[in-house]
Design a protein around this ligand. Structure first.
Ligand SMILES: NC(=O)c1ccc[n+]([C@@H]2O[C@H](COP(=O)([O-])OP(=O)(O)OC[C@H]3O[C@@H](n4cnc5c(N)ncnc54)[C@H](OP(=O)(O)O)[C@@H]3O)[C@@H](O)[C@H]2O)c1
Length: 274
C-alpha cells in the first residue's frame, strides 16, 4: 500500500473503499471483505446511513484500530458550530469508535456556514476526536474562504475526479496549499459505462493486461490523488485493490489527460439544493 502524508504528518492510505449507496448488509459485507483483502481505508458519511454497518465490520475484522483510516462527513443539515460538534458525537457513536481519522464538511453550503462548521472541526481536531480535518465539494474560491480565515488549513479536499473531470487546476491549488486532493466517483459512479466503453482506456488496459477500472484507479494514484472506488461485489473489491504491480507510462498518462472534458456527474458545488 502506498500512503500520502497530510499537512499535519498523518499518513493516509492512497486507496480506500467507498460506501456511497451501500446499504446495511451490503455495507457490512463489503467493508469486512475489503479489510480482509488488505484495504485499511474506508470512506463513509452520516448521510449514507451505513455508519453502524461499517463500524460493525471494523469491529468484526479484528484489526487494530491504529492500522485503519476511517473517514466520515458532516452532513449539510448539521452545519454550524454546535450542531457540527453534536453530529460528530453521533457519527462516533454509530461507528463505535473513540476517534475518526478524517472528518470532512460534506458540501459547501455558504461561506458563513463553512466558517462556523470548520471552527467546530478545528475544535474536534484539537480535542483529538479526529486525526485530520478537511472538506469535500469545495472549489478554489470555497477553499480560500477557509485558508484565509484559519491557521489550520484543511488537510483534504474530496471532490468528484475521473477521466472526464480531471481537476488539474484545482489539484495545483491544493498542492500549493498542502491540501491533499481525494477523488470520489473515480469510476464515474452511475455513469461507469462511459468509462468501461472508453476506447483509449480499453487500449491501455489491454496493453497492461489489466481492467479499465484498474487503469482508472492507477491513473489517480500515479497523480498522487487519494482514490476511493466503491463496490459491494467481492471480486470487484479485490480487483480494484490489485493495482500495485504495474505502472502507467508517461505516454499512457498523456493519452488519459486528453480525455478530460470537464464533465460533472454530481452537482456543481455552488448549485447544491440539498
Ligand atoms: N463527498 C461526496 O460528496 C461524495 C460523492 C460521491 C461519492 N463519494 C465517495 O466516493 C466513493 C466512490 O464514488 P461512487 O460510489 O459514487 O462511484 P465509483 O466508485 O466511481 O463507482 C461505483 C460504481 O462502479 C461499480 N464498480 C466498482 N468497481 C467496479 C469494477 N471493477 N468493474 C465494474 N464496475 C465496478 C459499482 O458497482 P458494484 O458495487 O456493484 O461493484 C458502482 O456501481 C463513494 O462510494 C463515496 O464513499 C463522496
Amino acid at each position: 500500500m502506498k500512503y500520502v502524508t497530510l499537512n499535519n504528518g498523518v499518513k493516509m492510505p492512497i486507496l480506500g473503499l467507498g460506501t456511497f449507496r451501500s446499504k446495511d448488509e451490503d455495507a457490512y459485507n463489503a467493508t469486512l471483505h475489503a479489510l480482509k483483502c488488505g484495504y485499511r481505508h474506508i470512506d463513509t458519511a452520516w448521510i449514507y446511513g451505513n455508519e453502524k454497518a461499517v463500524g460493525k465490520a471494523i469491529k468484526d475484522s479484528g484489526l487494530n484500530r491504529e492500522d485503519l483510516f476511517i473517514t466520515t462527513k458532516l452532513w449539510n443539515t448539521h452545519q454550524g458550530y454546535e450542531s457540527a460538534l453534536k453530529a460528530m458525537e453521533e457519527s462516533l457513536d454509530n461507528l463505535g469508535l473513540d476517534y475518526i481519522d478524517l472528518y470532512l464538511i460534506h458540501w459547501h453550503k455558504s461561506y458563513e456556514k463553512s466558517i462556523e462548521s470548520y471552527r467546530a472541526l478545528v475544535k474536534l481536531y484539537k480535542d483529538k476526536k479526529t486525526r485530520a480535518i478537511g472538506v469535500s465539494n469545495f472549489n478554489i474560491h470555497h477553499l480560500m474562504n477557509i485558508v484565509d480565515n484559519f491557521d489550520i488549513a484543511p488537510m483534504v479536499n474530496q471532490v468528484e475526479t475521473h477521466i472526464e473531470l480531471q481537476n488539474h487546476i484545482l489539484n495545483d491549488y491544493c498542492t500549493e496549499n498542502k491540501i491533499q486532493l481525494e477523488a470520489y466517483a473515480p469510476l464515474m459512479s452511475q455513469d461507469i459505462s462511459k468509462l468501461l466503453n472508453n476506447e483509449v482506456m480499453i487500449k491501455i488496459a489491454a496493453k497492461h493486461k489489466k481492467s479499465v477500472p484498474q487503469i482508472a484507479i492507477k491513473w489517480l494514484i500515479e497523480r498522487n490523488i487519494v482514490v476511493i472506488p466503491k463496490s459491494i461485489n467481492n471480486s470487484r473489491i479485490e480487483s480494484n485493490f490489485d493495482v500495485f504491480d504495474f505502472n502507467l507510462s508517461e505516454e499512457d498518462m498523456l493519452e488519459i489527460r486528453k480525455l478530460n472534458k470537464g464533465n460533472k456527474i454530481f452537482p456543481e458545488f455552488d448549485n447544491v439544493e440539498f
